[in-house]
Ligand binder design. Structure first.
Ligand code: SDX
Length: 431
């Protein structure tokens, strides 16, 4: 536990309660309320957890004011430029950048876990062809616990490690198979001579009728997109994984729960919703109409890809993603992509608009990613599955950290009850 530095004093009806405060290595101090209900008979109330620390973690730090994102202390812009996804996976899982030998062993292990049990292919055939790939992924990942019994005992450290490697390795295969199934093409098996990103591109876009050569520009862009989405502190889907894990559920069930939560358009589903919004806007001259709708309290429309619970000035991932968008589209010869023009003009207008400045709304990680993914050939339905592939290492790293935390107990919030008080049953003839 972090150092107890100071005490907060709470006064209720003239009675004072001293609550210990803990100081982090960086960021806001926390007030420890674990004993508040026992001492004062009151709960704290924080729907949406806007002011609540749910756990102690050492994996990722976000400074919403500075627009800073650190993975084990390393800033995301340096990792995006100098590292690559599997090295970032090692960093998130084990806490330090690997030596050359450690990285080679880790990459070899992940590479050799990329195939799924052949029997699992039948799962896909039980879905409709037009099922959303996220629905397929939730089902197939949850079903992994029916196949990999030798890595579901969460009390066994080696089984936890095997489950971690299997999930990181197999998620791209499952996502690619969900895509192939949805377009009626045969599954493509992973290849051990390809990088993680190249393997995913080939499993998505190769067909048996001809050789598929991975474009190194797309491979680099894919790897960077994986790196930028890898982990993000206690976001909704990571908190879902932690809560599921707190009951002792197996890792495959916990990650399936995380995938389900990520799917929502307020979270990981925003990349699909953002691109669909840009297509609906269609041209720069229609942007003012949508800006007005976003400001209209009576209109539920929100600018997808804008805003963030934590970042209040800019999302550092969006800055890197925007650079990648320019590079990828130029190298693909689609730099005049009309959607990119709409996105850039929308960003320019929004970040200079008093409403958005006051509400602290600006592009988040999902704003530019969809433009790159569409240029790479992915349908919008694959945007969130790609987010899920990347975030699996974050979910798993947080899952492992929680299981190793001696303070961990089942998560069980209370409530502010506003329903009926005690009353007797009324027979139907008396109602
Ligand atoms: C991700 O948590 C993470 O770390 C998530 C993530 C990760 O890596 O895991 O970063 C990934 O989920 C990024 C966010 C993707 N979502 C979207 O782009 C969807 C659009 N954004 C919004 O739904 C919203 O901004 C959220 C969900 C991202 C944040 O919501 P909050 O923090 O609960 O903020 P809020 O809904 O309370 O909004 C504050 C105000 C409101 O106005 P008032 O009620 O105060 O008058 O800002 C307005 C909102 O109406 N507002 C928007 C808006 N987002 C917030 N208005 C127009 N367009 C928007 N996008």
């Amino acid at each position: 536990m972090a150092d107890t530095t100071r005490t907060a004093t709470l006064t209720i009806d003239g009675q004072t309660y001293d609550l210990p405060m803990h100081s982090p290595s960086v960021g806001p101090d926390v007030i420890d309320i674990t004993k508040l209900y026992g001492q004062a008979g009151v709960f704290t109330h924080d729907p949406g957890f806007t002011s609540t620390s749910s756990c102690e973690s050492s994996i990722t730090y976000i400074d919403g004011i500075k627009g800073e994102l650190l993975h084990r202390g390393y800033p995301i812009d340096q990792l995006a430029e100098k590292s690559h996804y599997l090295e970032v996976c090692y960093l998130l899982l084990y806490g330090e950048l690997p030596s050359a030998a450690e990285l080679e062993t880790f990459e070899s292990t992940i590479t050799r876990h990329t195939m799924i049990h052949e029997q699992m292919h039948n799962f896909f055939r039980g879905f409709r062809r037009d099922a959303h790939p996220m629905a397929t992924m939730v089902g197939v990942v949850g079903a992994m616990s029916a196949f990999y019994h030798d890595s579901t005992d969460i009390t066994d450290e080696r089984q936890r490690e095997i489950a971690s490697h299997r999930l990181i390795a197999k998620m791209p295969t499952i996502a690619a198979m969900a895509y192939k199934y949805s377009i009626g093409q045969p599954f493509v098996y992973p290849r051990n001579d390809l990088s993680y990103a190249a393997n995913f591109l080939r499993m998505c876009f190769a067909v048996p009728a001809e050789e598929y050569v991975v474009d190194p520009v797309l491979e680099r862009a894919m790897d960077r997109i994986f790196t930028l989405h890898a982990d993000h502190e206690q976001n909704a889907s990571t908190s879902t994984v932690r809560l599921a894990s707190s009951s002792g559920a197996n890792p495959f069930a916990c990650i399936a729960a995380g995938i389900a939560c990520l799917w929502g358009p307020a979270h990981g589903g925003a990349n699909q919703a953002c691109l669909e919004m840009l297509k609906e806007i269609g041209s720069v001259d229609r942007i003012p109409e949508y800006i007005a709708r976003a400001k209209d309290k009576d209109d539920p429309f929100r600018l997808m890809g804008f805003g963030h619970r934590v970042y209040k000035n800019f999302d550092p991932r969006a800055k890197v993603m925007k650079q990648s968008a320019d590079e990828v589209l130029e190298l693909l010869g689609v730099e005049n992509n009309p959607l990119l023009q709409v996105a850039k003009e929308l960003e320019r207008i929004a970040v200079n608009d008093a409403y958005f400045i006051e509400k602290k709304l600006f592009p988040n990680v999902d704003f530019y990613s969809g433009i790159i993914l569409e240029a790479m050939g992915f349908p919008t339905s694959m945007f969130t599955p790609i987010f899920a592939v990347s975030r699996t290492v974050g979910w798993i790293s947080q899952w492992k950290e929680q299981l190793a935390d001696p303070a961990m107990k089942i998560g069980r919030p209370r409530q502010l009850y506003m329903g009926e008080t005690l009353r007797d049953y009324v027979e139907i003839e008396d109602r």
